[in-house]
Design a protein around this ligand. Structure first.
Ligand code: GDP
Ligand code: MG
Ligand code: K
Length: 297
């Protein structure tokens, strides 16, 4: 069986139940929950992990703060706002008609090639089944949504179906985050895992015992759509260091370039990535190795 992973955005008007829904989904499968205030770029909010798949929930800028941003959102092409995710969950509540706020978001969703799933939440407030069928027909007629899933986040109804739908639409992919990880800095972990993956790829497993990555700095440059990242690759021997750096630094350059491109894609911002290679014997035995990567056990 191949492992699946991907990035998913949950969008919708305030108060439709996005946060409740995300908490339900991640629930006991909690790996990561970030409570960071929204920034101007994509941020990771939560990570769902099971034996088959890993779902990384992203915050999509512009959609979560629709008050004064609606105009801005209209200008910004939807393909741009959603290009970094594999699917989009659009959440509405039990309102029987489509209001102005939802219409504007739907107009944007129409323009993206990313698959969009509609969640009709708060179905516990819909007493008449026929009303729900009527709503499903109304949304289905728009030809925007790949699937429509009615839920009650409050009661925890049909959350498993939603997870199934998301999982079914994921592609084969790596586990970006280790199991049982608890951290309020998921982006750091994502960046370090990506760099580690590139090192393994570029060195064809020539470096025994692998490497450890430390993100020394990860900081947004004020007023710029740019993040400065400096990372250290730890290996156990000088000879390993030589392999990682390569002739005239070629290998390290390749590692840095491909890691940077992927980080830029995932975080939706430009990245200035500096990487150093250091030798640290027995880094696996360092007492703080575990906590330093945010691993629980
Ligand atoms: P968000 O602004 O979209 O993140 O919405 P929240 O998750 O904060 O929920 C807004 C309010 O709606 C809260 O009071 C929730 O308890 C409530 N809520 C969320 N989901 C449901 C649901 O399925 N049914 C009902 N009746 N209330 C819900
Ligand atoms: Mg919320
Ligand atoms: K973006």
């Amino acid at each position: 069986m191949t492992y699946k992973s991907g990035f998913v955005s949950i969008v919708g008007r305030p108060n439709v139940g996005k946060s409740t829904l995300m908490n339900d989904m991640v629930g006991e499968k909690i790996a990561i929950m970030s409570d960071k205030p929204q920034t101007t770029r994509n941020t990771i909010q939560a990570v769902y992990t099971d034996e088959e798949a890993q779902i990384v929930f992203m915050d999509t800028p512009g959609i979560h703060k629709p008050k004064n941003k609606l105009g801005e959102m209209m200008v910004k092409s939807a393909s741009d706002a959603f290009k970094n995710v594999d699917s989009i969950i659009f959440v509405v509540d039990d309102s029987r008609t489509i209001g102005k706020g939802d219409s504007l978001i739907i107009e944007n969703l129409k323009k993206t090639s990313t698959p969009v799933f509609l969640v009709i939440n708060k179905i516990d407030k819909i007493d008449n089944k026929e009303d729900l069928f009527e709503m499903i027909r109304m949304y289905d007629d728009l030809n925007v949504f790949k699937e429509i899933i009615p839920t009650s986040a409050l009661k925890g109804s049909n959350i498993d179906s939603l997870i199934k739908v998301i999982k079914r639409n994921l592609n084969e992919g790596p586990k970006y985050f280790p199991d049982y990880m608890v951290t309020d800095q998921p982006e750091r972990v994502l960046v370090s895992e990506l760099i580690r993956e590139k090192v393994l790829h570029y060195t064809n497993d020539e470096v025994p015992h692998g490497v450890a990555i430390e993100i020394e700095k990860m900081k947004e440059r004020k007023g710029k759509d740019l993040i400065d990242i400096s990372a250290v690759i730890y290996c156990e021997r000088n000879s390993h260091k030589g392999i990682i750096i390569g002739k005239q630094g070629k290998k390290l350059k390749g590692i840095g370039k491909s890691a940077r491109e992927e980080i830029e894609f995932l975080l939706g911002t430009k990245v200035n990535l500096q990487i150093w290679v250091k030798v640290k014997e027995n880094w696996r035995n360092l007492p703080n190795y575990i906590s330093y990567f945010g691993l629980k056990e």
